[in-house]
Design a protein around this ligand. Sequence first.
Ligand SMILES: [Zn+2]
Length: 308
Amino acid sequence: MDDPLWRPRIFDAHIHMTSRTTDDYERMSAAGVRAVVEPAFCLGQPRTNPASFVDYFDALVGWEPFRAIQFGIRHHAALGLDPKESNDPRCHEVIDLLPRYLEKDGVVAVGEIGYESMTPAEDEAFAAQLALAVAYGLPALVHTPQCDRVRGTRRSLAVVDESAIDPGRVVIDNLTEVSAAVVRDSGCWMGFSIYPEATMSPERMVDLLQMYGTERILISSAADWGRSDPLLTVVTAKAMLAAGFGEDDVDRVFWRNPAEFYGQSGRLDLSAVAESSAAVESLTAVESSAVAGSRAVPDAPAAAAGAV
Ligand SMILES: [Zn+2]
């Protein structure tokens, strides 16, 4: 019998916290979010040199985990050169910078990589970064384009197929009903990002889960600074329960699946937040130590990075 006080524990498999406020961390924590993976992506304003990525990557493995754990949320990163910026020759050198970051403990995947406009430069960056994923034993998070989704998805699967990566270590993300059907039998994981408008809604996601089951599926909010909502994972979990899925199904989709996928890196560490009760305790402890240690903020990201 389902427990009326039960609350899902949520692992958001793809969210850009760098573009969210601390209030969001607070709301996410209160709603049951206990872990996130933040992939590197295009920051909007084009970056003009590789050094700009160095600071960004450092923030994703240092500052953001520190900011997250103050609210009982474990933060890991996926790093890569995103498809859009791989078209800018000023950014190509970033691929040479990646190896030193892909060795870091808090990095659990290469991403987001893949296609946006399906250019030759994107072909090259995508294949090179899948090779890096293989070399560093990491899974890969593959973005699929907003336009021409089915062709972009098929082409992504072909590149995965030509690479040496095991499809079970690849998630093809941003899927819709049509592109999900293309990925279904590929051996790759299916990734869905729930948005307030377009792409995928909680209701449509529940229909897809009824059709495909709960295996090899990652559901995220993919929240960034566009119209997005970091709590849509929680809304989707509740929609699953309302549609007749059990608590175990919800836990599988929103916790055990992302833990299994990113766990393939061998670096996922959820020990501080794995159990809801433990998470509440650690939240309280972290909150009091964060208050006590607030003067130490400038040194904290390095300390946080060293701890993961
Ligand atoms: Zn993204």
